[in-house]
Ligand binder design. Structure first.
Ligand SMILES: Cc1cc2nc3c(=O)[nH]c(=O)nc-3n(C[C@H](O)[C@H](O)[C@H](O)COP(=O)(O)OP(=O)(O)OC[C@H]3O[C@@H](n4cnc5c(N)ncnc54)[C@H](O)[C@@H]3O)c2cc1C
Ligand code: SF4
Ligand code: SF4
Ligand code: SF4
Length: 362
């Protein structure tokens, strides 16, 4: 991968873990183009297919929805004709992806910058800068008037901590339950880099299927499809599937997957005791020129990085033009495309597929 290909990505915590793992294992996987990681907060995600069905039961079609939000114990659908449908989260959670039940990261702990809605007033986003690169970007974007910031309130910070701890506690119970009755949740095994090399040496797609896909921990990130040198992995019918034979010495999909072993050198087990993760600064922020999900800050930060030449492409999640509200990944160097992709789509999206074309062009 050429030095010129620098990509900023935005994604859920599990996708950010995948990006960090690919950065960590560049010796094996090849150079990673992802140079800046803007992570989102995420309590859960939904199956597009089941969400569609749920709305149909409420006599609503996704094509008539103009905005969707999860807050105050409900999933809210704002319709183009002005009506509002609210579905209790308990009911909406029947459409939740099973992999989200064993997820321990609420605030994208491995990102450069994390952005969420919780903890800040309506129309503002909460931003956590975790790395020097993230902190610089936040500072420079504010100085260049892409965003404005203000201090968080103590109650805002306390709320994020409470929700993060809640997610970690509830999902740890689910992990314990699954491990008692089924297979281990291996991404929670916390082994060292050295042990990792030994564990994964012989593992191929069949092992990925047995250890991740068949046990309901696949986050549908698309890393396996992106990384496969034989191009035989495809996400079809909501699952990664293989169409061909793996050469005997390949284990790349197993290495890259965020739900196989996660070495302590990538994610420390101490993070379980840190509801906000490790961080340098936390603020509320908004971008007055962007109509985003909250403060439009994720979009503004990505566009600042693009316009300032810090990266030359951005990986965003837009809506499909063929199926309403279906998330669709886009790799772009256009700030208009990034603006168009603002707003949350509450369904899983195999974001790393978006890097595939870039790899194929080289
Ligand atoms: C599945 C999901 C669950 C979330 N849950 C929470 C939560 O529990 N608590 C909380 O505080 N915040 C949550 N968020 C984050 C929140 O909805 C906003 O995305 C965040 O506050 C940023 O707002 P913004 O206005 O700054 O972003 P915007 O400027 O509107 O930009 C949003 C960015 O999100 C990207 N995006 C949209 N959908 C997806 C997707 N499915 N996968 C990956 N990237 C996507 C777009 O590419 C866009 O660049 C969640 C987001 C997602 C995608
Ligand atoms: S596994 Fe689910 S809850 Fe966890 S970050 Fe990914 S989408 Fe969000
Ligand atoms: S060829 Fe390699 S990366 Fe592709 S599916 Fe087989 S083991 Fe995985
Ligand atoms: S199996 Fe593939 S799509 Fe699923 S989490 Fe692993 S790398 Fe991502």
């Amino acid at each position: 991968m050429s030095q010129d290909n620098k990509v900023a990505m935005v994604g859920t915590p599990c996708q950010i873990i995948a990006a960090e793992k690919m950065n960590h294992f560049q010796d094996v996987l090849g150079e990673s183009p992802v140079d800046l990681k803007v992570g989102l907060f995420c309590m859960e995600n939904f199956s597009y297919h089941y969400l569609n069905q749920l709305l149909e039961e409420h006599h609503i079609q996704l094509k008539d929805v103009s905005e969707c939000r999860v807050e105050k114990g409900h999933m809210w659908f704002y319709l183009t004709d002005g009506q509002v449908l609210k579905i209790p989260l308990k009911e909406a959670k029947t459409c939740m992806r099973k992999n989200c039940e064993v997820c321990m990261d609420y605030t994208s702990e491995l990102s450069d910058l994390s952005v969420g809605s919780v903890g800040s007033p309506a129309g503002w986003s909460t931003v956590i800068a975790r790395t020097v690169k993230g902190l610089e970007l936040l500072k420079n974007a504010e100085e260049s008037n892409y965003i404005e910031t203000r201090p968080m309130t103590d109650s805002g910070i306390a709320l994020i901590k409470k929700l993060s701890n809640q997610k970690k506690e509830e999902n740890q119970k689910e992990i314990n339950k699954r491990e008692r009755v089924a297979r281990p949740v291996i991404y929670r095994r916390f082994i060292t880099d050295k042990q990792f090399q030994e564990e994964v040496a012989q593992c191929q797609f069949e092992d990925l299927k047995a250890d991740v896909i068949d046990v309901g921990t696949c986050v549908l990130c698309g890393s396996c499809e992106y990384i496969c040198p034989e191009n035989i992995v495809k996400i079809e019918d909501r699952k990664p599937r293989i169409r061909g034979q793996c050469p005997p010495d390949c284990n790349l999909c197993y290495v890259a997957c965020p739900r196989t072993y996660l070495p302590v050198e990538v994610a420390s087990p101490d993070l379980d005791q840190k509801p906000l993760g490790d961080y340098m600064k936390i603020v509320s922020a908004k971008a007055s020129l962007v109509k985003g999900q909250d403060g439009g800050v994720a979009t503004a930060l990505l566009n600042y990085a693009l316009s300032g030449g810090l990266v030359n492409e951005v990986l965003v999640v837009d809506k499909s033009s063929a199926e309403p509200w279906k998330p669709e990944v886009k790799l772009t160097s256009s700030t208009d495309d990034v603006l168009k992709a603002s707003g949350t789509k509450y369904a899983a999206c195999p974001v790393f597929k978006g890097l595939k074309n870039m790899k194929e062009e080289l």
